[in-house]
Structures are given as structure tokens and as C-alpha cells.
Design a protein. Sequence first.
Length: 314
Amino acid sequence: MDWFKRAKEGLKPQKRKDMPNLWIKCDGCREIIYKKEMEKNFHVCTKCGFHFRVQSSDYIEILLDDEKFEEFNSKITPVDFLRFRASKRYSDQIKESIRKAGVNDAVRTGFGSIYGYAVVMCIMDFNFIGGSMGSVVGEKIARAADEALRRRLPLIIISASGGARMMEGALSLMQMAKTSSRLAKLADAGILYISVLTDPTTGGVTASFAMLGDVILSEPGALIGFAGPRVIKQTIGQDLPEGFQRAEFQLKHGFLDGVVSRFEMKHKIKQILDFAVGEYKRGSANGQVEPATNEAFMKRVTIVDNFERVSPEN
């Protein structure tokens, strides 16, 4: 006699359904906010103004006219020439990051326009291996600087990075000198370079091109520094001041020219372009542009927080 068998079939287990990702918790105020509302608000918390990290495609939508971005060097991909392996193979990590982030490396470069001003844009993507700078990132930024120099167009770089990519060893560190030397050529030619820092901008990126802008802007609350706060605290054996290495702290101590919200960033960049290179012909980004040198601007003018014209001669 089967005493321990069910006479009737019981409840059947059902497959677990994935619930739609409708809500997100703000890291600033800890409130639960509706994700679609946050996305409509430029990925900024509607309650406290916290700026969420966004992808390169979002910055194209936010900053460029008609969301048009004429990308170049998009097919350059990283190579695991050291056959590096930690918890996973670097080659496998590259493939996975390309699949997840939808880009071939941690920076996208191309032409665009902001309020009619043709510019060369470099936009880093933190979703690709933490926005780390390897040989491809350095090469693409160097080529973008070359394009800006050849066409005499303003260069804008939006940084979001954890620093140099350790999987590429010394070659990743060499990109610091490579990018810095190209930017020095732009400075010698009197071509404007605007650096926009987002959360986070750290390590070798901070120690090279991110802090070499003629004008350096940042989004509110962005972490900006070389080593992280925890490492610094352990090294010096002291507590760090409140807000250490955040954008507002860096502005107060003279490392930045302005902290600008995502809502105002495009207009603020336009103000700088109006002021610094206002005599540039507006038009297609891929056309040759007759320059108006800004060497006198660099020598005579001090840019203050509201970017008004200040001249020692006036």
C-alpha cells in the first residue's frame, strides 16, 4: 500500500518571472524613484539632484545638436597581448564588456555640434571595464586631438574612469604621456580644449588629459582624484575632511573652474565657446573651419566661476 504517495497532483512550481525594472534607489537621498521619470530628468534624481552615472549615448543625447554624432575610429578594439589572467581572462573580459556596453572600448570619439559650433568630442563610458584607460583609449584620444588640430576645432573630452587599465601593464601608463603630448600641441596652436569630469574621474586619467583642459568643468558630486579616499586615509593615518575629493571640494581648492549640473552643461559649454572661439564659423563638423586664434584670449583673460569676461586691461 502506497501510504506516502499523493492521491491527487499538488501545486506545480512555476517559473519565476523577471519583474520589469521600474524603480531605482537614489544613492544621494536613498529615496525610491520611478526610473522613467529619472531618465526623463537627464538621469538626475527628482528629489535631491543626485547625478546618476550614464552611458556615452546619453551624453550624445544631452549635449549634441539633434543628437548627431559622427563617430570615427569606432572599430579599434583592445588586444590581450600580455595574455593577462586574474579572476578571468582579459580576452574574455573584453568580449563580455563589448557585449554588455555596446561599444568597442571605454571611449567614443567623433564630430558633433553644440549650438551650431562644430567640435571634436571624446566621451568615456564607465560601463566598459570601469572606463579604464588602455592603449585603445589613449590612441583614440590622441587621434581625436590630431583631428581637432588639423581642422582647428575645439576639443571636448567627457571623462569617466577608474584610471589606467592594469591588464595592459606599462602600455596603459604610456597613454598618459601620449595624450598629454597631443594636448600640448593643441595648446601651442591656441585651440580650445574643454574637459568635463563626471563620476568618477580617478587614477591615470586624472593624472593626464582630464586635468589639462583650458577650462575644467565637473558634474555635481563627482569623485575626482588620483588615489581613492580609503587609500589616502590609510596612508596618512588621519581622517579626511567631509566631502573630500568630491567636485565641490575640488572647486573650493582651485582644481576646477566650475561645477555645472547636467541640465546646464550644454548651455555653459556654449557660453565658453561664444567667449573663447566665437569667431569660428559655425557649420558642419566635418568641414574645414577657418580659425580665430584664441592665443590672446589665453594670455589676457581670467575665467571666473560665471565665465564672464575679465581683463586686466579693463
